[in-house]
Design a protein around this ligand. Sequence first.
Ligand code: SF4
Length: 246
Amino acid sequence: MSSISSIEWTDATWNPVTGCTKISPGCKHCYALTFSERFRGVPGHPFEQGFDLRLWPDRLRLPLSWRKPRRIFVNSMSDLFHERVPDEFIASVFETMREAWWHEFQVLTKRPDRMADFVAAHMRAPLHHTHPNVWLGASVETQKYVGRARLVASLTSTVRFLSCEPLLGPLDLADVLGSEGINWIIVGGESGHRARPMDGTWVRDIRRQCRDARIPFFFKQWGGRNKKEAGRTLDRRTYNQIPQTV
Ligand code: SF4
């Protein structure tokens, strides 16, 4: 699956891997799982195998054919650092990202321990030199998972970001935010029929922490049963701040 995306903080998605397995509470109502399983058993459909992990070698070079520069969310329907994705395959994804220098690639994982191990083992120079167009990030839904933020903060990518969606509790990120650490934050509430609530005080507190650390803050959505109606306005304004890398 590779297409123009309706996700507010990106332009397009690229899925050289599909399928995944749940790893933490943020996965409970995984959109990718629900969507993929709808097509399990449909012959010839890209999600014929449902949410089972699948590698798509024929998609590896796809971004090179997109001439217009895009911000690309890598593996919106999977997790590139899932334990069953071989290192060589991840290396091929990084090679395409390096060659497709005119795009910006946003790699988001719930497995930043493997991401950090991969970078340490395979990158001989700081990523902001070898892959300046690659942004690395982790999902953090509650304080229990702030360790993921510490791993991302230790990386050498140009942008080191967090997606706090679905935000399920307050977060104290003070020790990881800043120009040398996490330098972009996205916050969003869960959406759908069984959406878990997000408290406005949690969102405002993260906005304050971003302000204090002088890093961009992106408020994606309130979420809930009707996410369109709930919208994405916070105290009468929208927050679409994205790192400026050039
Ligand atoms: S890590 Fe992401 S893709 Fe995988 S199950 Fe959890 S939410 Fe879904």
